[in-house]
Design a protein around this ligand. Structure first.
Ligand code: 4AD
Ligand code: MG
Length: 432
């Protein structure tokens, strides 16, 4: 007899199998018991007929408590009423591990309570759906970049450099020195692009941001491609193709998860079409000022209401290009057509999800980069290795970073970023 998981049920219709699962709920009418179950791959129902099983087995169904782990033997049956399409006609049950007073009951719980029990909250079908979408985005990311000849490069987590500014750093002791937790692997990826041409990383990054919003995590994962011999324009193409690819794959490979989350797939379909619209920073400021936003002027950074309004003018993700130099990091290349601005873009997701990608062409002139480092009050010695990128055979190069969790929130259509990470690190939350 095969031991299966219920996501394989379609290959076992009318066969007797063993499934290991946890109980989410039970209903017993005296003659028939319905057990709601999950096995990590699916949420499904087990049906136990009193006439069909031994007295001991039917007795067990009366005492199964929420989250007990069980080993079930039974026959796989089609069941058109369930979203899975299959159920198990149970013939035998063995309790593997009992569970008493499980804290998360079918009634409503507040967010704080659920966050305190995040390790258990993960067991619900909603969290399962979100993690499947997260997993699919990761899978499709590796596929996309591998198919296009990128080499995966892992930049260090413990680092002495601060690409995105010094205010949001986590400091830590590094023997006799001071180190930071990486905000972005970008500077290392630029160096690696000079060694390997096209590279990408996917790893944890850290921001000691004192912001408590539905878009900010303290620890998040970033995909960061970096490409030699690639200008800003070419980089934008890669970005829109990449994001459209992620959306396509989530639609095609996660239909049940999207259904569980109530996601409007017709909206997602629109996001698979490229190219994505573009608006310059300067035009975006004018657009805002013409629409009643008098709290922002040229030179200011956008807040989330601004981003949301701009994005709402379009039906796809958009690029806002060429921000002022003064509000962007030191490494961006100046826009030759308007030297007040830089060759950069933020990709803004629709539906109020905000910035999902930040990217730019990088300064490739050694002297200008050196001056930028001085102007930004960074320690030249600490960046000497980085300057070598431009010192020895500088080339036009560009790259970008996409925040995994922002993308998961958007494609899942969920309200808050905290549910996109299995164990989110938030302002004032390090537990569990
Ligand atoms: O715009 P950011 O800060 O860009 C960089 O770090 C560049 N060095 C990337 C590069 O060019 N290689 O961050 C990139 C993305 C943002 O667009 C956003 O999606 C995500 O990372 N992000 C966050 N996600 C969750 N919580 C936070 N606190 C985030 N900060 C940035
Ligand atoms: Mg940014």
């Amino acid at each position: 007899m095969d031991i299966i998981t219920m996501n394989q049920a379609k290959d076992y219709v009318d066969q007797t199998v063993t499934v290991k699962a946890w109980v989410t709920n039970t209903r017993n009418s005296g003659k028939i018991a319905f057990i709601q179950l999950r096995d990590g791959t699916a949420y499904f129902q087990g049906v136990v007929l009193k006439s069909d099983v031994s007295e001991e087995v039917f007795d067990i169904t009366k005492h199964l408590s929420q989250e007990s782990s069980v080993e079930l033997t039974g026959v796989v049956q089609e069941d058109t009423r369930s979203s899975l399409g299959y159920e198990l006609l149970v013939k035998d049950i063995k309790v593997l591990g009992e569970s008493h007073d499980y804290p998360i009951t079918p009634k409503e719980h507040g967010t704080d309570f659920l966050m305190d029990h995040r390790h258990l909250w993960l067991r619900t079908s909603r969290q399962h759906a979100i993690m499947l979408i997260r997993n699919e985005i990761i899978r499709a990311t590796f596929e996309f970049f591998n198919d296009r000849g990128f080499i995966k490069i892992d930049p260090p987590i413990l680092t002495g450099s601060a690409p995105e500014g010094t205010t949001e750093l986590f400091h830590t002791e590094y023997f006799d020195e001071e180190a930071y937790l990486s905000q972005s692997g970008q500077l290392y990826l630029e160096a690696a692009a000079m060694a390997f041409g096209k590279v990408f990383s996917f790893g944890p990054t850290f921001r000691a941001e004192k912001s408590k919003t539905r878009r900010h995590l303290i620890e998040f994962w970033m995909m960061e491609p970096e490409m030699a011999h690639t200008d800003h324009e070419q980089s934008l193409k890669v970005q829109e193709e990449y994001v459209a690819y992620l959306v396509r794959n989530v639609i095609d490979h996660c239909p049940q998860a999207l259904e569980r989350l109530g996601r409007d797939v017709s909206l997602l379909e629109k996001y698979t079409k490229t190219p994505y619209p573009r608006i310059s920073y300067t035009d975006a400021i004018t657009l805002l000022n013409n629409n009643g936003f008098d709290d922002i002027e040229w030179g200011d950074d956008f807040g989330s209401p601004h981003e949301t309004f701009i994005a709402s003018q379009y039906e796809q993700p958009i690029f806002i290009v060429n921000y002022p130099k003064s509000i962007k990091p030191f490494y961006m290349k100046v826009n030759p057509e308007d030297p007040r601005t830089v060759l950069c873009a933020d990709m803004i997701a629709p539906e109020g999800y905000g910035e999902i990608i930040g990217g730019s062409q990088r300064e490739d002139n050694y002297e200008i980069m050196k001056q930028n480092i001085i102007d930004f009050n960074l320690d030249l010695d600490a960046y000497a290795w980085y300057l070598d990128t431009n010192k020895y055979g500088a080339v036009v190069h560009s790259g970008f970073g996409m925040g995994l969790e922002r993308c998961v929130a958007w494609l899942s259509g969920i309200e808050h970023i905290r549910e996109t990470s299995p164990f989110p690190r938030l302002l004032n939350r390090l537990y569990p």
